[in-house]
Design a protein around this ligand. Structure first.
Ligand SMILES: [Mn+2]
Length: 198
């Protein structure tokens, strides 16, 4: 089975197309026009996310400004996930991970609940990670959470290096998401909620 979702967004500011395959092997393909302002770093994070979640991600994007690009990539990625997940029949729904990266330890727990709630503290010191403004990273995470309507708790518990803190978060997010979207054949025809919908 291959659960594939494709989403597009074309505005005066951005032109983005993202495809995800939940049953992939972690392949990351991108054709994104590098416009600075954190483009490289966010792609590095998404490459990590794909690799460790085993979710294939393909992105094609152009944009006028980094802010528009990064925020809209979060929206389109969330939409692609929603399409791939469909009615969410048979998925684990919950996912969690505790991941170290050198000096940093990060914990992520999520629920693909259809309800938005987030509590994310990455403990980044200063205003930027490499060339990515912290505010933009927060926008990206928020866009993804809002679009997917999920509940996410993500905390860097300790550590020093900003790059490690954020990368560790994306790795933990990847492992949590991998488990949450995994299909369990024992509940193939079951939506994992006592409400009967998610
Ligand atoms: Mn890195």
């Amino acid at each position: 089975m291959q659960r594939i979702g494709k989403a597009e967004r074309k505005t005066k500011e951005t032109d983005i197309e993202i495809t995800v395959n939940l049953d992939g092997t972690g392949n990351f393909k991108q054709d994104v026009h590098d416009i600075g302002g954190g483009t490289k770093f966010i792609l590095h994070m998404l490459d990590n996310f794909a690799r460790h979640s085993l979710i294939d991600i393909e992105i094609k994007a152009t944009a006028d400004l980094p802010h528009h690009l990064i925020e809209d990539m979060g929206i389109v990625l969330g939409e692609a996930f929603n399409k791939a997940l469909g009615d969410k029949k048979g998925i684990n729904r919950f996912g969690w991970a505790l991941v170290p990266m050198d000096d940093v330890l990060c914990r992520v727990a999520l629920d693909l609940s259809g309800r938005i709630y987030s509590n994310v503290e990455l403990q980044v010191l200063g205003e930027t990670i490499e060339d990515l403004p912290l505010s933009l990273l927060n926008h990206f995470i928020e866009s993804l959470i809002n679009q997917m309507k999920i509940n996410m708790h993500g905390h860097v518990l300790y550590g020093d290096d900003n790059h490690h803190k954020v990368e560790c978060f994306f790795k933990a997010l990847a492992l949590a998401m991998k488990w949450a979207v995994t299909f369990d054949p024992r509940k193939a025809n079951m939506i994992p909620s006592t409400k009967g919908s998610l």
